[in-house]
Design a protein around this ligand. Structure first.
Ligand code: ADP
Length: 384
């Protein structure tokens, strides 16, 4: 069975094709800068059409399509077949994820036009975190704001945290893991996993919260937002731009959102670059320590994402800030584990530290396969 995985981001479309029985990824590619002036594609609809022409031109057969969906709100705690009702819900949840869910909807509609009659499955970034207890998910703001507007902590990167926690359990040869998974890429989040279930996470109502990221601030005092609007004359969309696109590694270093470039600048003696990496490493350490403190009998910490999988120097710096936590890295193992899976903690470390390569697309393909197998016969066409 060939599964096409579509990931419609705010301005890009990534795709990959997976053969489920062999577990092989057959092809992958992307369309970037959708909707920008210099772009070849005006919107996601055109981008999906372009991708479908490439795939069909290569003579690839597609049996089902898995869509990565950022926001599933409180409705979805697992992947589902996309019916007209599901589509309407995803569209409605666009108010919580205005950059993403509308792009997903365009992607779903275009894919249905290009591949008529095939089953489509939605795999949600929020689903894995639907096990957060209420006292964790709720903010200490008036209950009416939760009831009327759905303002609560949802959490994101769930597909990655789910895969990494399952893989970590396999590596440690335990039934399920209790520990902290850290997805450190362009976006960054950590999750507390108790017996394989997500019980807390650093991202919140939106993916802006928590650890600082490539261009996103992570947590700031909420009064900063009011100050910027009231005293610094920034409009709401200016504040949005500052916190989402001009902060994080970019904002502090003034160099780049790409850690490799920030590390290079630090190597040349750039003080802003050094500070940016330290701010990032410290806030990540603080998040890990806070999450670990709420877990009972934690086995370890797992790093994933472009930074977590590759940046051994940053991993070491994060652990250096974990002064009160019983964790020690093996410097040789840490230095060697770049772009591959492995254990990087020293034998005397109380907690195991692992590097796991995340495979979000593979999880989406597997989920799509299982949902189609389970719900075969109730595909979009027959549900209409
Ligand atoms: P996304 O969240 O867009 O999927 P990635 O998971 O690919 O992003 O992570 C991108 C981040 O990983 C960038 O900051 C990049 O600099 C960093 N990164 C990738 N490879 C390396 C490396 N070899 N050393 C240090 N950082 C790296």
């Amino acid at each position: 069975m060939n599964i096409l995985v579509l990931n419609c981001g705010s301005s890009s479309l990534k795709y990959s094709i997976h053969e489920l029985r062999s577990g092989k990824q057959n092809a992958s590619g992307s369309v970037e800068r959708i909707g920008e002036d210099i772009a070849h594609c005006a919107n996601h609809r055109a981008a999906v059409r372009q991708v479908s022409e490439t795939i069909l031109g290569d003579g690839q057969d597609i049996d089902a399509i898995g869509h990565r969906i950022v926001h599933g709100g409180e409705i979805y705690s697992e992947s589902v077949l996309i019916t007209p009702q599901v589509e309407a819900n995803i569209e409605q949840l666009g108010r919580l994820a205005p950059l993403h869910n509308p792009a997903h909807i365009q992607g779903i509609r275009a894919a249905r036009d290009c591949f008529p009659g095939l089953p489509h499955v939605a795999v949600f970034d929020t689903a894995f975190h639907q096990t957060l207890p209420e006292h964790v998910s709720r903010y200490a703001i008036p209950t009416a704001l939760y009831e009327e507007h759905g303002i609560r902590r949802y959490g994101f990167h769930g597909t990655s945290h789910r895969y990494v926690s399952e893989r970590a359990a396999e590596i440690l040869e335990v039934e399920s893991i209790t520990g902290v998974t850290c997805h450190l890429g362009n976006g960054c989040s950590a999750a507390a996993i108790q017996d394989g279930k997500s019980v807390d996470t650093t991202m919140g109502f939106t993916p802006l919260a928590g650890i600082p990221m490539g261009t996103r601030s992570g947590d700031v005092d909420p009064a900063v937002v009011l100050y910027l609007q009231n005293e610094a004359d920034l409009s709401p969309s200016d504040v949005d731009r500052v916190l989402n696109r001009e902060s994080g590694l970019t904002g502090v270093s003034g160099v780049s959102n790409d850690l490799r470039e920030v590390e290079e600048a630090e190597g040349r003696g750039d003080e802003g670059a050094r500070l940016a990496i330290n701010v990032f490493a410290y806030q990540t350490a603080k998040a890990i320590a806070g999450l670990l403190g709420t877990l009972s009998n934690a086995n370890g910490i797992a790093f994933t994402g472009g930074i977590g999988e590759n940046a051994s120097g940053v991993r070491q710096r994060i652990v250096n800030y974990l002064q009160g936590v019983d964790v020690v890295l093996d410097p040789t193992a840490n230095g060697r584990t770049v772009g591959r899976e492995g254990k990087i903690s020293a034998p005397e470390s109380g907690l195991e530290v692992l590097v796991v390569q995340t495979r979000e697309d593979e999880v989406i393909a597997r989920d799509t396969f299982h949902v189609v197998q389970r719900d075969a016969g109730s595909s979009y066409a027959s549900a209409e």
